[in-house]
Write a protein that binds this ligand. Structure first.
Ligand code: MD3
Ligand code: FE
Length: 203
């Protein structure tokens, strides 16, 4: 990992280029193993709309959604346990969030051309005192962040492969989303696209 001072946007701490190209390649290999054990799927929102982002998880819990709502589940929809969180992701957590506790979930979001994630809050976890740590890999994405109320003003920032964002304190319950992808901006993934990992303490 390579250490530069973080920039803060609306309370989100962004470490540009924290992962070296070698770190990124190694982490993508670890994610391939996660996806082999727990294949990507397209969750349904509670309103029955299929999300454009495909997902899976690693860790004690995985994030899941269907018409019954958003929640964490101890198994992949196929019935297998979620695979272990990749070591490369745990190393990032330890570098930016400290070692008092490890995350319970590593949510893997996969964006192909046209995929986006609407503005939302992350509030399915039990204790908002723990930060959420995000790792971007592959194509650049425009990340939008607002305040803790829906409908307020927002700011946007481009996240690039190797960037790490830490959402703690005032930013933990901020509305956020991904509104645009710059397809073909990175060669990390052979077929293009973007992977975002989010590390979370769940219970
Ligand atoms: C700000 N993922 O999985 S990561 C999500 O790039 C999610 O895939 C986006 O939003 C992605 O829930 C954004 C950055 C992020 C993650 C969690 C946050 C920003 C956050 C929680 C609180 C505030
Ligand atoms: Fe989120």
């Amino acid at each position: 990992m390579s250490g530069t001072a973080p920039v803060t946007v609306r309370g989100v701490e962004i470490h540009k280029g924290l992962l070296t190209p070698e770190d990124q390649t190694r982490l993508v290999e670890e994610i391939r193993a996660v996806v082999r054990a727990a294949p990507l799927f397209s969750p349904e929102t509670r309103w029955g709309k299929t999300m454009s982002v495909r997902m899976t998880s690693a860790g004690r819990y995985g994030w899941y959604s269907d018409r019954r709502g958003y929640r964490y589940e101890p198994q992949h929809p196929s019935g297998v346990d979620w695979p272990p969180i990749p070591g490369g992701a745990l190393a990032v957590w330890q570098a930016v969030a400290g070692a008092e506790r490890l995350p319970d979930c590593c949510l893997v979001n996969f964006y192909e051309e046209g995929a986006r994630m609407g503005l939302h809050q992350d509030r399915d976890e039990a204790d908002f005192a723990w930060p959420v740590v995000s790792i971007s890999l592959g194509d650049d994405a425009r990340f939008r962040i607002g305040g803790t109320e829906r409908g307020g003003s927002t700011s946007s920032v481009w996240l690039q492969s190797g960037d790490v964002a830490v959402m703690g304190g005032e930013a933990r319950l901020a509305y956020h989303g991904i509104d645009k992808l710059r397809t073909g901006s990175s060669t990390l993934l052979p077929k293009g696209g973007r992977i975002n990992l989010t590390l979370r303490v769940v219970d």
